[in-house]
Design a protein around this ligand. Sequence first.
Ligand code: FAD
Ligand code: 2HG
Ligand code: ZN
Length: 469
Amino acid sequence: MSLISELQTILGTSHVLMKGDLSAFELDWRKRSKGRALCVASPANTQEVAQVVKACVAHKTSIVPQGGNTGLVAGSIPDESGQQVLLSLKRMRAIQAIDTANLSITVQAGCVLQEIQEAASHAGLLFPLSLGSEGSCTIGGNLSTNAGGTQVLRYGNTRELCLGLEVVSASGEIYSGLSGLRKDNTGYDLKNLFIGAEGTLGIITAATLKLYPKPLSTLTAWVAVDDLERCVSLLTQSHQALGAQLTGYEVMNQFSLSLVGKHIPQLACPFPNSPWCVLLELSDSESQAHASQQLENLLSQAMESGLASNAILADSLQKAKHLWHIRESITMAQAMEGLNIKNDISLPVSSITEFVRTTDHALGQLVPGVQLVNFGHLGDGNLHYNVQSPAHMPASVFLETFEDPVNTLVYQQVKHFGGSISAEHGIGSLKVLTLPHYKDPIALKMMRQIKVCLDPLNTFNPNRVVMID
Ligand code: FAD
Ligand code: 2HG
Ligand code: ZN
């Protein structure tokens, strides 16, 4: 029997797509890479995933897992061969259980992040993972990329939010690790191999995640700051004043906010002429009044000491949402401006100012008139140091001529300052050839050994993260 016929038998004909417009599955979110799938297979449950894997292995066919296809490193689309099965987890979106005493939730991998947040909230609890793509990304994708987002400062990356996983292995066996245990020292921590593996080691089919008590009040401020150095000093001051109550600290340069103003004009931005803005969030478990007092004190100190040039405090939930919406729209606004280079980098917070100063200068020499879309999660040392073509240069010309030299320049700088070339988006196919230049060779060797051990036939997402000879 052909593989397609086998998949149709396992899943039903309507869940094996081959014809029609498959671009939602084959084109990456940034519209920079397009592949072609043998078919799009959509299982309904874990057993079906296991059967699909066994069938593909028997036919020596590789599998590309996909959740919401919002990844930014072209890791969730098939290659151009037309020979890979795209495995979409989107039908597997059940919330399986909420355990309020254990503060945990168990969900299928295709659950959309926002639905998990809402389910937690209905139970009076908080699932803190929060990203601009939360309306369409899935928890399987979040786990597979170890996604970060805007609450990492307080709650950690997706890795820190995961208690257990269910995974279909490369032999089609089901590893049932959905314990909600917070302590389990019975050997290697297998779940952490699959988290951040970008679908190269197994298919995540379900997860048990941590929940938290909801904070009593959450307050948001928007602060105008004259330079990045002051943004870093204000971060230090915020840590000192707010401690664990500081739940978000985002920075945005003027150009990144101007793109939001240009392409999404309904999102009016406070202090549009400020060189930098900071979005600061405090979550408090005492009272609204206590939270307001603390934040007001911090902001007035910042103004008095010259760290901030202006500041507003959102006085309603709606205004706070508006401010977050501006911040989370930068990615979309940048996409509307045109194709671009993304550098999702992390550095010690103490080195960020010097990194930006020297890299901005060197890039200006390399590409006169280059436009820097610079923003990110400063509290985590994670900058989205993105690069847009000079105003009058077509994006295609810019990418063709400058993508490699720009990347090399930025990554060399990252290396010099002791940072990482991927803070939260992963490696995918975009950076798979770059990684060996910047990753410790022994670490890379061990990564390859793990890949070969868990997926000896290279069935899962080949040529992403690590290349196997
Ligand atoms: P996909 O894009 O479908 O897949 C991502 C990777 O995971 C691929 O390698 C895929 O093969 C693999 N995969 C997917 N599901 C599974 C599974 N069940 N089992 C095994 N492998 C699987 N990222 C951040 O970290 N922080 C942000 O703040 C952030 N903001 C974003 C804002 C916007 C507007 C956009 C478009 C993207 C943003 N991202 C961010 C990137 C992206 O949303 C995240 O990487 C997200 O975790 C991907 O989830 P997904 O379901 O779309 O995964
Ligand atoms: C964010 O923080 C995302 O908004 C996307 O990680 C970053 O567009 C980007 O480069
Ligand atoms: Zn980010």
